[in-house]
Design a protein around this ligand. Sequence first.
Ligand code: GRF
Length: 225
Amino acid sequence: MADTPVVVLASGHGSNLQALIEARDAGTLPIAIRAVLSNRADAFALTRAAQAGIAPRVIDERSFGEARRFSHAVADALDEFAPALVVLAGFMRILHADCVARYAGRMINLHPSLLPRHPGLHTHRRVLEAGDREHGASVHFVTPELDAGPLIIQRRVAVTVDDTVASLAEKVHALEHRILPTAVGWFAAGRLSLVAGRVRLDGRRSPAQGLAPVAAPRDTAGHTL
Ligand code: GRF
């Protein structure tokens, strides 16, 4: 079977893009990454793409006055590469509903929280401020409402008393690097779809995978915190 054509959208460091590239190179992810698009010319994700022989493309948000025009330019660029799947991996711009509709059921997003908890920005800080006992990462289909599309997979991790924004970011990144290739692999294998607004995995209605609770955090004496 031919590799599934994928385009990745990324705004920053691109470690999740790298996880996809490495899974592809290891032969565990049958995808062809046709392009990496970014709204920022200085995104390190573009360097990673070029190093991996993938076409980098900048759609500079500053050259579009209106958010809708930027989204149209993104959608047009996507169409050029004819992806079966669009992966938002740390893409920090909200796409207009027109663009999202064009790729309905074929666009997934990675988010650093246990959605529906903490949509939007600064999730690690908000987890600490809220005193949450657990945190995690989610992959979901993209819908026009920010970070609110149907969940595909989540993984959770305990928040401990000594956690900081930096330590949570590290923990969550480790989860993301596993769940994003998993979700993309399901799609590439034809196992994952969106039917009437609901996620189907292997033809069955699927609650988000991987929601087993983590053990409650404990102190060094073994007491639950
Ligand atoms: C990830 O935590 C992603 O969930 C968030 O931005 C971060 C991107 O990390 N939206 P990277 O650029 O893939 O390293």
